[in-house]
Design a protein around this ligand. Sequence first.
Ligand SMILES: Cc1cc2nc3c(=O)[nH]c(=O)nc-3n(C[C@H](O)[C@H](O)[C@H](O)COP(=O)(O)O)c2cc1C
Length: 101
Amino acid sequence: MAEASVIIAGVGLPAASEKWFEIDTIIALQTIILAAHSLGYGTCWIGSFDAEKVGGLLRLPPNLKVICLTPVGVPAVQPEAKARKELSEVFSLDEYGRPVT
Ligand SMILES: Cc1cc2nc3c(=O)[nH]c(=O)nc-3n(C[C@H](O)[C@H](O)[C@H](O)COP(=O)(O)O)c2cc1C
């Protein structure tokens, strides 16, 4: 993070919807992350940070909240894709535990 030339902050407006402002912000950042990837950039979800400190650095007004961050940059390496769980381990069909084939 300290070396990233660009860090995008997902900032939400709680007053817009107490129920949805976090998920709306996360969806927006996820879309940005997918777009960045499609353009050849690397990102990394960052959920572990001090939201008040980051908000202070960004001089956010108190009605806004930093929800998530991602650095964006040109990847230094292109690692091999990791092994992933089988579809049947992470999805169920119609009810929990019924495998998707
Ligand atoms: C919601 C969320 C929060 C994350 N927060 C952090 C973080 O604070 N610091 C960090 O180094 N990586 C963070 N990551 C990145 C993960 O540790 C991991 O590197 C990334 O999701 C890639 O996962 P993969 O190994 O399954 O491809 C976060 C990922 C997610 C989905």
